[in-house]
Design a protein around this ligand. Structure first.
Ligand code: IPM
Ligand code: MN
Length: 354
């Protein structure tokens, strides 16, 4: 009998609660099959929470999360919930990623059997991971930019230590994978615009220093514009990619389009002492509560959490169930990114295959 898993759950806004319900349903089925129990603790936060309390996250929540095996987070944000400066209230990227120092944003991009992406590739040909630096880069300027009535300025900061740790993370991750689909090589691609900006030149310099410690993993560079092209034209060449925060935000959405859309893409925000897992998409308030949303991004996020918590067999069981549900045609994507038959039916199809 394995020990219980202690799981934090932040349900979020819009479609968040229904997605989290779906993921918990799958997680409980997986845990039962693997012989462990899941103890769930609610972590209140998000836009609705901000509207009620004036805080994006319950005080003390960060410490609580550090003591758990992981946090499963639904998407947050509501267009009508605003802070006094006009930006959205209750967004948690700046709070959780910075507060937990979750420096590696891990975003697998994988085309499943039975899913049609936006390119002509088939299953097995797209299987890479974007590692997005998560605590600095352009988004460090969040809320700190200089604004006058005539202009606004944000700055992009890259630190040696920030690149060192995320590059190491990327190389370590590459060692655990089976390489790029095209040639089976373990490969880490550094994506930057070092031809234009000093900050990106530093990113590349530190990446190269780290790469020297991993002679068994191929290291290469792509400028971000060329990388955007290559991720569409020849995604099978990629294994692990590492990049600055803003570039990773954009290229991970591009990658999502090649594997069936944002609703297929999970992510993990991983630091040395805490981690949380969430879909890469937003809270889609216009379709909330209508049983339309694709739960797969949230379900696969729970799978990443299992892997991170050292429950590898459970993680494989969960991923296998999702894959079979698509391969069998039991879950089918709609052109609008939703799932045929609805969120609950898709969840049941996945649970039946656990
Ligand atoms: C993401 C999201 C967030 C980000 C938004 C909601 C602040 O787009 O996780 O990719 O840009 O980091
Ligand atoms: Mn994004």
């Amino acid at each position: 009998m394995q020990s219980d898993m202690r799981l934090g759950v932040l349900r979020g806004d819009g479609i968040g609660p229904e997605l989290v319900d779906s993921a918990l349903g799958v997680l409980e089925a997986v845990a039962a099959a693997e012989g462990f129990a899941v103890r769930v603790e609610e972590v209140p936060g998000g836009a609705e929470h901000y509207r009620r309390t004036g805080e994006p996250l319950e005080p003390g929540a960060l410490d609580r999360v550090r003591g758990l095996d992981g946090l499963l987070k639904g998407p947050v944000g509501l267009p009508d919930v605003r802070r006094p400066d006009g930006t959205e209230g209750g967004l948690l990227g700046g709070v959780l990623r910075t507060g937990l120092d979750a420096y590696a944003n891990v975003r697998p991009v994988r085309l499943l059997p039975g899913v049609t992406g936006a390119t002509r590739h088939g299953p097995g040909e797209i299987d890479y991971v974007i590692v997005r630096e998560n605590t600095e880069g352009l988004y460090l300027s969040r809320g700190l930019g200089v604004v006058t009535p005539a202009a606004a300025c944000d700055q992009l900061m890259v630190t040696r230590e920030g690149v060192r740790r995320v590059a190491r993370f990327a190389f370590e991750l590459a060692r655990t994978r089976s390489g790029a689909p095209s040639d089976g090589r373990h490969r880490v691609t550094c994506v930057d615009k070092s031809n234009v900006l000093r900050s990106y030149a530093l990113f590349r310099e530190v990446f190269d220093e780290v790469a020297a410690d991993y002679p068994d993993v191929a290291a290469e560079h792509r400028y971000a514009d060329a990388a955007a092209h290559a991720l569409v034209a020849e995604p099978e060449r990629f294994d692990v990619l590492v990049m600055e925060n803003f570039l990773g935000d954009i290229l991970s959405d591009l990658g999502a389009a090649t594997v069936g859309g944002l609703g297929m893409c999970a992510s993990g925000n991983i630091g040395a002492t805490a981690a949380y897992f969430e879909p890469i998409h937003g809270s889609a308030p216009t379709i909330a509560g209508r049983d339309l949303a694709n739960p797969v991004s949230q379900v696969l996020s729970a799978g990443m959490l299992l892997e991170h918590a050292g429950r590898g067999a459970a993680a494989r069981r969960l991923r296998g169930a999702v894959e079979r549900a698509f391969a069998d045609g039991a879950v089918r994507l709609r052109a609008d990114g939703g799932v045929e038959g609805g969120t609950r039916a898709a969840t049941e199809a996945i649970v039946a295959r656990v």
